[in-house]
Design a protein around this ligand. Structure first.
Ligand code: CP
Length: 315
């Protein structure tokens, strides 16, 4: 059991905490965009530990820390003593005794942020652990849905693609179902988790049925780096059966929003007109993840956002 306050998964968090974080993110967004300072009274030093590639998550945590007046120190396998064989455990204990105030970690192993939280004993944020969870992406995506739809309760959300390897799918499905949305999963059988029944949603056969009346369509990246040979017969076949494009979207709600956490395989998970079209909120997701991460840092480092929450509920 991890000590102290961390954000290692959405599944562990209760709906009130999630709503409070979304309220805080929305409030910080308003303040930041209107030019108000949100700088913390006590600047902290945050370690950004990225053991897998990242553009959005790493840069947005840097941006979030900048807004709050904190400093970051970047850390990866290459260039650190881990490249000389030092273990993750000894690395975390070293950073603890170098008095970092918080750690943000992306790592290919599921559960590694919880191991780090046990050792570090100060706030730890999961920035994506293997196929497990990506909680701050889910918060940024939920903020984007709230802005577009006004509430989350009662929405029909169709998550399309490589469900098996997707930490994004797990985190957003938990978040949305905790706030009362109906979640559907659609994808090739070979890319559906064998324990799909444990996920908070229903597996639907075929893109057309999955999209029927959907308010939110979330495309997932095909994670070829995590796939064993043979899971997908061909990209062309995937494209013909599961690509989200204009023809497919005719089955969804006419005012549906189209999401993708990025990075996209353009022309595979969705076509260019869909990625760049009027229903797409993909770049809003990128921006809102900055505010969501700002909120998570505030919540963990200062205890902000512990008040009554309203986000996600029908208004
Ligand atoms: N969505 C996401 O996690 O993107 P990055 O891998 O670029 O951080």
């Amino acid at each position: 059991m991890t000590k102290g306050k961390h954000l290692t998964s959405i599944r562990r968090e209760d709906p009130e905490t999630i709503r409070a974080l979304l309220d805080l993110a929305a409030s910080l967004k308003t303040q930041i965009l209107s030019g108000k300072s949100v700088t913390a009274k006590q600047p902290k030093v945050i370690g950004l530990l990225f053991f897998e590639g990242s553009t959005r998550t790493r840069v947005s945590f840097e941006r979030a820390a900048f807004y709050l007046g904190h400093r970051v120190t970047n850390f990866s396998n290459a260039g650190s003593s881990m490249s000389k064989g030092e273990t993750l455990r000894d690395t975390i204990l070293t950073l603890k005794h170098e008095l970092l105030d918080a750690i943000v970690i992306r790592h290919p192993s599921c559960g590694s942020p919880e191991l780090v939280a046990d050792l570090f004993e100060r706030p730890v944020i999961n920035a994506g652990d293997g196929e497990h969870e990506h909680p701050t992406q889910a918060l940024g995506d939920a903020l984007t849905i709230l802005e577009a739809k006004g509430s989350i309760e009662g929405l029909t959300v169709c998550i399309v693609g490589d469900i098996m390897h997707s930490r994004v799918a797990r985190s957003i499905a938990w978040l949305l179902s905790k706030l009362g949305a109906n979640v559907r999963f659609v994808g090739p059988r070979t890319l559906m988790p064998s324990n799909c029944s444990l996920l908070p949603g229903v597996a639907v056969e075929g893109l057309q049925d999955g999209l029927a009346g959907a308010d939110v369509v979330m495309c997932l990246r095909l994670q070829r780096e995590r796939m064993e040979q043979g899971l997908l017969s061909s990209i062309g076949e995937y494209r013909s059966q599961y690509q989200v494009n204009r023809a497919a979207l005719k089955h969804a709600h006419p005012e549906c929003i189209v999401m993708h956490p990025g990075p996209m395989n353009r022309g595979v998970e969705l076509d260019d007109p869909t990625a760049d079209g009027p229903n797409s909120v993909i770049l809003k997701q990128v921006e809102n993840c900055v505010y969501a991460r700002t909120a998570v840092l505030e919540w963990l480092l200062t205890g902000a956002g512990q008040k009554t929450a309203t986000a996600g509920a029908k208004r």
